[in-house]
Design a protein around this ligand. Structure first.
Ligand code: PHE
Length: 366
């Protein structure tokens, strides 16, 4: 066996035995590197006679190719082995359930809005919406609060620096009542809608947040009177709180957009440190709690909304959705509603498949 063949066989044997990528790289440098032994042999070609070179050249080249092939082959084998090992150590069973199954939940505000939509749909109410960025005319003027009206000051309004196209101020709506105006202007009469949504006032403590939710109710038709309002509120509150013993007290009040205006109180008792609605507020151990504002829609509002007050009358009411949620589901700090803390959401949230229906009871169990 020639010297070159010997060199080739030794190289092949050592390369095949290389245990890892580092060992293989060391062998590559040893044979094929700049100072490597095969490289040194290639350099000797320069000093040979043409005849010698013709004879030795191909042998040395084939030695170099044999070593390079052996290295490439070993590298592939090592790579494959490494991959196999990684696959074996990192196996996972994708059919297993996640150890702690991540679960979204329906926010109590959404849940309560769904419950309200269900209750009012049963009474023939449609759901209407309006913009949260509102103009001063819809939020105030058309609701019988002209500029400089003192009631405007009570609303702690967030105003935008820019004016609207017609020169009015733009603001974040302070209540859902502008949807009354928008709905009457858009569809005329009769009207039977609820308008749930976000409203904004510059106010913040345990029971007030700068953004909160209201639901507006509006019924316009011929011959609508206060009796209809009382029946509607009673029916809605009994269905919502799932109790037949809800008792309401209507008190004269003042809102610029209703005349007469009626503040509605509801009787409750304290049970286990929680307010539980039910019974007359005058009964022993009971008291009245202010729940919502309402009244007969002011004739001026009907006019500004394009209706003839001699032909149509109606009632409106507005109630805090977050407050309804707190009373029904027992949260005591409104700010937590908007913290996005998943522990709170896990506790107070609702299963997404639990659609409120009147037949199954609108109060889903979380
Ligand atoms: N918009 C009133 C408020 O935010 C509530 C209300 C609505 C009162 C409709 C009467 C009629 O306080």
């Amino acid at each position: 066996m020639s010297e070159l063949e010997q060199l080739r066989d030794t190289a092949r044997a050592r390369i095949a035995a290389a245990e890892n990528a580092d060992a293989l790289e060391a062998l590559r440098v040893e044979y094929l590197g700049k100072q490597g032994s095969v490289s040194a042999l290639l350099k000797t070609l320069g000093k040979m006679t043409p005849e010698q070179r013709q004879e030795e050249g191909p042998k040395i080249q084939s030695l170099r190719a044999a070593v390079a092939d052996a290295i490439a082959e070993r590298k592939t084998a090592l790579d494959n082995a490494a991959l196999e090992q990684q696959l074996a150590s990192e196996t996972m069973d994708l059919s297993l359930p996640a150890p702690q199954s991540p679960r979204g939940s329906v926010h109590p505000v959404s849940q309560v809005m769904d419950e309200l939509a269900e209750i009012f749909a049963d009474m023939g109410f449609a759901v209407a919406t309006g913009p949260e960025i509102e103009d001063d005319w819809h939020n105030f003027t058309a609701l019988n609060m002209p500029e400089s009206h003192p009631a405007r000051a009570m609303h702690d309004t967030f105003y935008f620096p820019d004016e609207s196209a017609d020169g009015g101020k733009m603001l974040l709506r302070t209540h859902t009542s502008p949807v009354q105006v928008r709905t009457m202007k858009a569809q005329g009469a009769p009207v039977r809608i609820i308008a749930p949504g976000r409203v904004y006032r510059s106010d913040s403590d345990a029971t007030h947040t700068p953004m909160f939710h209201q639901i507006e109710g509006l019924v316009i038709d011929k011959n609508i009177h206060l009796g209809h309002l009382k029946w509607t509120l009673e029916t809605f509150l009994k269905a919502f709180f799932e109790r037949d013993d809800i008792v309401l007290r209507l008190r004269p009040s003042y809102f610029p957009f209703t005349e007469p205006s009626v503040e509605v109180d509801v009787g409750f008792a304290i049970e286990n440190g929680r307010r539980v609605l039910g019974g007359s507020g005058d009964a022993p151990g009971h008291a009245w709690m202010e729940l919502l504002g309402s009244g007969m829609v002011n004739a001026r509002v009907l006019e500004m909304s394009g209706l003839d007050p001699d032909e149509y009358q109606g009632f409106a009411f507005g109630v805090g959705v977050d407050r309804l949620a707190m009373l029904k589901y027992g949260m005591d700090d409104l700010r937590a509603f908007f913290d996005g803390d998943h522990r709170w959401l896990d506790h107070y949230g609702f299963a997404s498949f639990d659609q409120p229906t009147l037949s199954a009871g609108v109060g889903a169990t979380a």
